[in-house]
Design a protein around this ligand. Structure first.
Ligand SMILES: NC(=O)c1ccc[n+]([C@@H]2O[C@H](COP(=O)([O-])OP(=O)(O)OC[C@H]3O[C@@H](n4cnc5c(N)ncnc54)[C@H](OP(=O)(O)O)[C@@H]3O)[C@@H](O)[C@H]2O)c1
Length: 343
């Protein structure tokens, strides 16, 4: 029996997060003791997720589940989660920063029609028709989307760095959609003025990674991989789709795959391939953490594989440094505020 592995998956009640947990159970041999810590926003969802995971691997003995309730849009919640993890565990082997989302408002149907007709593959790879709200601010007075997709991850990872140092692996989740992100704007790091804060926040996550991955590996022995799940059907945009548009979207995913898109892996279980591979199987010598996104991809027949794409240009690295300086400032301010609120 080996030493117990501890995996934390944020947002494990959702499509990709839940599939990451299933895929971990399928990848780590049953002879290895494993604890999976899930986070969800609400107790009911945490309990349901653990029940589903227990049912997924009923014969596995050396497994335990734990949960913490996390709201990424609240720095005090993030801080509380960090304290709970620090008090319950002595190390974390795999930390999946999966939870996240956008402030979507719907679909621009006219634009969707034109995009689908003119380029079916591109319309479901780099869609311009998903509408996002501009300017949403969190209770912590930060750009809301920036907070949940970028700052919250940075905050949490910095707070629990002691649990990860000396071999822990962090898995960040970006998106193929960063190919249509706006240019980094140092005047709007929190993306309050962006008309596509979700897409731009995922680009910011890549910039953050470009600035920290090498440093964290050298200074703390923490391997921070950035991955994306390809394009899969989850509930991230589901509230704007009815059964007909969901069916149409799925058909377009398969058409895109047939037209040669490697990114339409469709199921979240397929999407979880690259994140779980990076955590468990990537070889740091052959698979560097720096400058590469490891993505879930598939061929026309749906056979999945991990595809590497290069991402960090010199400009990305410079922008990443500016971003991380801002994240450090925000972190300091937030910790100060939390301290004041508690006194
Ligand atoms: N689906 C794709 O094709 C795709 C492509 C590229 C990247 N991604 C990324 O994959 C990750 C998982 O998304 P998904 O597609 O699986 O979507 P999903 O089914 O909507 O799952 C998102 C998860 O994040 C949680 N979450 C959202 N806002 C949160 C907050 N403020 N605090 C704490 N948890 C929060 C959700 O919790 P609730 O259930 O409480 O809302 C849910 O557990 C995201 O980072 C997304 O950007 C997905």
């Amino acid at each position: 029996m080996g030493t117990r592995k501890v995996a934390v998956i944020t947002g494990a009640n959702g499509g990709l997060g839940y599939s990451i947990a299933c895929r971990l159970l399928d990848t780590i041999p049953p002879s290895v003791p494993l604890t999976i810590v899930i986070t969800a926003r609400y107790l009911r969802k945490a309990v349901e997720t653990i029940k589903r995971l227990l049912a997924y691997a009923p014969e596995r003995d050396l497994i335990s589940f734990d949960y913490v309730l996390l709201d990424l849009a609240s720095v005090s919640s993030i801080d509380e989660v960090a304290s709970q993890l620090l008090s319950r565990y002595t190390h974390i082997d795999y930390f999946f920063c999966n939870a996240g989302g956008g402030d979507f408002t719907g679909i621009d149907w006219a634009a969707a029609f034109v995009e689908v007709i003119s380029s079916p593959k591109d319309s479901v790879t780099h869609p311009h028709f998903k509408r996002e709200r501009t300017g949403r601010i969190s209770r912590d007075s930060l750009g809301w989307v920036f907070q949940i997709n970028v700052f919250a991850n940075y905050f949490l990872l910095k707070r629990i760095s002691a649990l990860l140092s000396g071999g822990g692996r962090v898995i960040l989740i970006t998106s193929i959609e960063t190919e249509i992100a706006h240019k980094f704007d140092p005047e709007d790091i929190q993306l309050i003025h962006s008309d596509q804060p979700y897409v731009d926040s995922k680009k910011n996550l890549e910039l953050m990674h470009s600035a920290v991955a090498k440093r964290w590996a050298e200074e703390f022995g923490v391997l921070t991989y950035i991955t994306h799940p390809g394009i899969c059907q989850t509930s991230i945009f589901a509230e704007y789709l009815n059964w007909l548009s969901t069916f149409g979207m799925l058909c377009l995913f398969y058409i895109a795959r047939w037209l040669g898109s490697p990114w339409h892996v469709v199921s979240p279980y397929n999407g979880a391939l690259a994140p779980v591979w990076a955590a468990v199987d990537a070889d740091p010598e052959a698979d560097p953490v720096d400058g590469v996104v490891y993505a879930s991809a598939c061929d026309r027949w749906g056979r999945c594989y991990v595809k590497r794409t290069q991402y960090a240009t010199e400009e990305d690295r410079k922008n990443g440094t500016i971003l991380v300086q801002e994240l450090d400032k925000l972190l300091e301010d937030s910790l100060e505020r939390i301290k004041l609120d508690r006194t």
